[in-house]
Write a new protein. Structure first.
Length: 108
């Protein structure tokens, strides 16, 4: 389950990032975090930028609405999504969701 923390302007969730992959894609879930592979290397903030652009494209929101809130130099990132509630994030990423202690099954 993807653990998403709601907030007044959107939500937060964690991402486990794998840089230097063959292709940029969602690999699934890892310990409550979204596991994402990006082609970009970790040097010069390229992997972080690629992650944020990929997530904004997947969620269908402007690039400026996806922010890196923590883990700038770590493989485990904390991403802030502006303007979307947790349920919308889970639906757009086609993932099961956990908000606090409540589990929500994604039905499409």
């Amino acid at each position: 389950m993807l653990k998403v923390v709601p907030q007044s302007s959107g939500c937060f969730f964690e991402v486990q990032l794998s840089p230097r992959a063959r292709r940029t894609c969602i690999l699934g879930l890892h310990d409550g975090a979204l596991k994402v592979a990006v082609q970009a290397p970790p040097a010069d903030n390229a992997a972080n930028t690629a992650l944020l652009r990929f997530l904004s494209d997947q969620l269908g929101i402007p690039h400026s609405d996806v922010l890196l809130a923590g883990g700038h130099k770590s493989k485990r990132k904390r991403v802030q999504i502006l303007g979307l509630e947790p349920g919308a994030v889970a639906r757009k990423l086609n993932l099961p969701l956990q908000v606090g202690s409540v589990q929500v099954k994604n039905r499409l």
